[in-house]
Each structure stands twice: as C-alpha cells, then as structure tokens.
Design a protein around this ligand. Sequence first.
Ligand SMILES: [Zn+2]
Ligand SMILES: [Zn+2]
Ligand SMILES: [Zn+2]
Length: 179
Amino acid sequence: MFTQFNSSSNIPHWLQVLLSEKFYNACIIHEDAKKNEKNVYCLDCCISLCPQCLFPHRSHRLLQIRRYVYNDVVRLDDAAKLIDCTSVQSYYTNSAKVVFLNQRPQTRNFRGSGNICSTCYRNLQHPFHFCSLFCKVSFFFLLQIFILFNFSSGFFLIHVLITKFLIFFILSAKSFHVA
Ligand SMILES: [Zn+2]
Ligand SMILES: [Zn+2]
Ligand SMILES: [Zn+2]
C-alpha cells in the first residue's frame, strides 16, 4: 500500500511522477479519438491516461485529475486517502473540495504579506501553509535532507534558511523549465 508522506519518509515514486506529470494534454496514442485528454493517473503504473487508455488499467488504483482555474487539481477526499493534505489550501468547486497538484505561476503580489505559502510565498488563507501538494512535498523533502546532513552540526537554523533559499531556487528552475 502507499506510504503516507510525512517529514520523515522519502517521497514515494508514484507521488514524484504525479507531481511532475502533465495532464489534460491530448493522448499521443489516441490522437484521433474524440475524448483523448489525459485526465486520469494510474498509481500502479505511474502514468497519465486518457479515457481510451483506461481499459487495461481498470483493476489498478486510479486517481481522477480535475481542472480548476486552468490548473490540475484533485479532490481533497481522493488525495487525503493517499497523502497527508494537512496545511494545503483547498478550494470549493462543484460542491467538492479540491487541492492544487502544483504551484501556479506567480502573478502580481509575488511576495505577499500576511499568510503565505512556506515554499513559494503565494498568498494563502488562514490557517494553510502550502498552496499545493507540490509545495508541501518539496518543503518537507528538502528540509529532511538538510536535517539528515546537518543535525549534528549545531547550525540547524542556518540550514533551515538555506533550505528555504534552495526550495525557492529549485521552484524557479522548475517554472522556467515548464514554461
Ligand atoms: Zn490514450
Ligand atoms: Zn495501470
Ligand atoms: Zn506554494
């Protein structure tokens, strides 16, 4: 079964792929089909699927990806069965709560004041700490690395600051890569 993501575990492979996968593109295999948007993720095979791809995966664990303000989201109920979504901001859409998979491009108010995402500094509502699953996973993953390597050094706080800088750097690189 799935490993619950927390600050002391490695990121499971299915989660790494989920957070780097692109959804709602046309399926290359079913280019000519009417409904060929890749909107399902197979947790067993770690691939995105269009409705035409589904048949061989029907007995696998599948996650429905949805769209909300032009971004990939999953229902909070679905996501919460797989990972700990505490502190990730959720939104109401079609009477269900959803969470963003990835951080969204920054618009104005880049560095917000008040309550902000601990990873990308996007403005958030109280009491959330992360804008997306990606921001939460990156934050704890990098924090974990630095704690492991530097726990005995006595410079823990300094390394937390360095970690936050690195997260920002990596996210900038990721946004650039996606664009
Ligand atoms: Zn397909
Ligand atoms: Zn599958
Ligand atoms: Zn964020």
